[in-house]
Design a protein around this ligand. Structure first.
Ligand SMILES: Cc1ncc(COP(=O)(O)O)c(C=O)c1O
Length: 441
């Protein structure tokens, strides 16, 4: 029986608004997925940010642990609602070894079920309903729901550039743009309470330089605005010095973890998000991490975090994986090589087709310009083209609807959802589509 009026106002809104607009088509595509022998005409769902590149390695490691090691008795108890200490220690050590350049204190970490939950908890604890979070556009569409549904925080899409061509040297975020956003938000009766940066970025693959992060952090601290940098793609890095791709970049920016800056400044206004969903390709494990030197924030997280707590068995299993340093070194090395190869397969296709894209510094994406094929430069026109690509190639991209940028005709392609041979097949299909569209014009 359907009666959305039986729900609360938020419940009614939840029943009417899907988490993302491409889910229905995605489930359709997942039912008919490509397989080289069994289903050569099948689909390529390349719209969900999943990393399938090195699961076999992790699976073998996890099966080894589950087969050989005794499950500790503590997994049956509630434990610390911000994550058990031994797992936070393992993550702190992983941060120190791979992401940041200093020793991280496990007491500065709090965990919950995926970055999704960490984002929601952070917004809930740092801002009041009706406050605004500023996010440079284009950006991850699901932020809107993460900060909006439970915490009731508004999203402001900051336009840092007008054309994809301006992204080759990172994301052109400037203090003057933040000042302007602040004035606009205050004039509308709200408060600019949070600034959310994603580095490497979803969908553009851009990063923020060390200097840029420092300048923005100082501005935020001076204005009592919380700056949170989401480094969920922090180890999914592209080697911009590789001769095959190096010509795409003006400056060769190096990824610099915001955690390093936080360690220097030790401010209550600076925070960092991470999750194991992307770099380790285990989104189904649901492990998200917030790192902060704000002690009250950590205490609040412990006090109200139980509804978002991660299964202790999952925490134990991943802690055993992370503590095997030799394995982790090999895994990350293999993963980064595989990711770079995937990127080169997609990039060389776009180059040959003379399609414009944002040269990636990291992430699981290529953000590309298909505007020449739009019938209408509207959101409807974008959706029509998105479905046309899917109908004719069985490749499912993500349309830019919800990413918050004004330029029309841009699409996101996930480069890590298929192994290299399959990815090549997808790129062949995509090339044929583009050439045919041009021939028909
Ligand atoms: C920028 C960003 N943040 C958060 C998430 C959600 O991550 P999780 O699976 O850890 O909830 C994603 C997933 O695509 C993402 O791209």
């Amino acid at each position: 029986m359907s009666n959305s009026n039986s729900l609360s106002q938020k419940g009614k809104a939840a029943s009417e608004n899907p988490m993302r607009i491409d889910l229905e088509v995605y489930f359709d595509a997942m039912d008919n997925i490509y397989h080289t022998k069994d289903n050569p005409t099948g689909t390529f769902p390349m719209n969900v940010a999943e990393n399938q590149l090195c699961w076999e390695m992790l699976k073998e490691k996890m099966q080894g642990i589950s087969g050989k090691e005794e499950i500790p008795d503590w997994v049956t108890s509630y434990g610390d609602s911000s994550g058990v200490l031994s797992f936070r220690e393992a993550i702190a050590s992983y941060y120190s070894d791979f992401l940041m350049n200093h020793t991280v204190d496990p007491e500065t970490l709090a965990l919950s079920v995926g970055a999704t939950s960490v984002i929601e908890m952070t917004a809930f604890l740092l801002a009041d309903p009706g406050d605004t979070a500023v996010i440079p556009a284009p950006s991850y569409p699901v932020y809107t729901g993460d900060i909006g549904v439970f915490p009731s925080i508004k999203r402001y899409d900051l336009q840092t550039h007008s054309d994809i061509g301006e992204l080759k040297d990172g994301i052109p975020l400037q203090i003057s743009q933040l000042e302007k956003a602040k004035k606009e938000i205050e004039a509308s009766g709200s408060r600019f309470k949070m600034l959310i940066l994603t580095s490497p970025d979803n969908p553009t693959g851009g990063i923020y330089s060390k200097e840029q992060q420092e300048e923005v952090a100082d501005w935020c601290i001076a204005n009592h605005i919380h700056l949170i940098v989401n480094e969920i793609y922090g180890l999914s890095l592209i080697d911009t010095e590789d001769p095959e791709v190096s010509g795409d970049y003006g400056k060769h920016l190096k990824f610099y973890s915001f955690g390093n800056l936080m360690n220097k400044k030790k401010s209550a206004y600076l925070h960092h998000w991470y999750s194991f969903s992307k770099d380790l390709g285990i989104s189904g494990f649901r492990i998200g991490v917030v790192h902060t030197y704000n002690e009250d924030f950590i205490q609040a997280y412990k006090n109200v975090g139980l509804s978002h707590g991660i299964s202790n068995h999952t925490q134990w299993l991943l802690q055993e994986v992370l503590n095997d340093k030799a394995f982790m070194n090999t895994y990350i090395d293999s993963y980064q090589k595989a990711l770079n190869q995937s990127y080169k397969i997609v990039r060389s296709t776009l180059q040959k087709l003379a399609l414009r894209y944002s040269p990636s510094h990291g992430s699981l994406f290529v953000w590309m310009d298909l505007s020449e094929f739009l019938q209408k430069k509207t959101q409807q026109g974008e959706n029509d083209l998105w479905l046309k690509v899917y109908e004719e190639t069985k490749i499912l991209l993500t349309p830019s609807n919800g990413f918050g940028h004004k330029q029309k005709g841009l699409y996101r392609l996930v480069i890590s959802s298929f192994k290299h041979d399959d990815l090549r097949v997808a790129m062949e299909r995509f090339s044929k589509f583009v050439l045919q569209q041009r021939a028909e014009k």
